[in-house]
Design a protein around this ligand. Structure first.
Ligand code: ADE
Length: 252
């Protein structure tokens, strides 16, 4: 069971994406739970102000420390516990990867802080010992979409959430390789046939073909991943052959 508490100025954004499909099924099965908390509710002034001008000048607004720290401290009362982690979604964070998601899926509770505007007062991550997490090298208007991505990625890894454990295992990125191409009926469509080997019923050959396709895709699309992938001798031989062929092609 993993519990997600999200701190945001836009709690309504979460209902749609998290209210359908895998996450909602996981919630109904009692494997995951989540709640979006409105940071404004924790601002004590009359107008519930959550942002202010940056010290030192410059454009934009900064999210105030006080309401955010109060929100997280009142909701996540077990914050000091080793299986609880506070995360701040920001483009400046550690990049979210399948490996980081796997580590996070072992926590009992995750608090996700969604920044808006120019950013969050620096004392928020400092006081809450929040880990900064980014979902990629681009800038969103706030951390909300990033938090939803993180919840979906982590929820899928909670035992029992996906029916077939093999399905997660073989997914793209689980083993550090991209996934092989998929085909389903009909055998021919648009003048293109599904590969014969997949219709052959020969499991060893199917396995080998898929593995080689994974290696090929990864080499062509994400060669950086091969440095970290788990490869055996047959994989390395196949990659060496592929590289030779590609070199020859490029010289022609
Ligand atoms: N907030 C704005 N951009 C973001 C990103 N790329 N990742 C996480 N949080 C963000």
């Amino acid at each position: 069971m993993v519990r997600f508490d999200v701190f945001t100025l836009f709690p309504g954004m979460f209902d749609g994406p998290l209210g359908d499909s895998i996450v909602s099924r996981a919630v109904r099965a009692g494997l995951v739970s989540w709640q979006a908390h409105n940071i404004r509710d924790y601002a004590t002034d009359k107008h519930h102000v959550t942002d202010d001008l940056p010290y030192g000048g410059g454009g934009g607004m900064v999210m105030k420390a006080e309401p955010l720290v109060r929100a997280v401290e009142s909701v996540v009362e077990d914050r000091g516990s080793p299986d609880v982690e506070v995360l701040l979604l920001t483009p400046q964070g550690d990049r979210l990867s399948q490996a980081l998601a796997r580590r996070l899926s072992n926590r009992r509770r995750l608090a996700l802080i969604c920044g808006r505007y120019e950013g969050v007062d620096e004392r928020v991550p400092q006081l809450l010992e929040a880990r900064p997490v980014s979902i990629g090298d681009y800038v969103l208007s706030g951390g909300e979409l990033a938090a939803m991505v993180l919840i979906e990625v982590v929820a899928r890894l909670v035992p029992g959430v996906l029916g077939d454990p093999d399905a997660t295992f073989e997914d793209s990125h689980s083993e550090g390789l991209l996934e092989y191409p998929h085909y389903t009926r009909p055998a021919e469509f648009g003048g293109i046939s599904a590969p014969d080997v997949l219709l052959s019923g020969n499991h060893a050959q199917v396995y080998r073909w898929r593995r080689q396709q994974s290696l090929r895709r990864t080499l062509l699309r994400r060669p950086d991943m091969l440095d970290r992938a788990r490869l055996d001798d047959a994989d390395r031989d196949y990659l060496a052959e592929l590289r030779r062929n590609l070199d020859e092609e490029s010289q022609r």
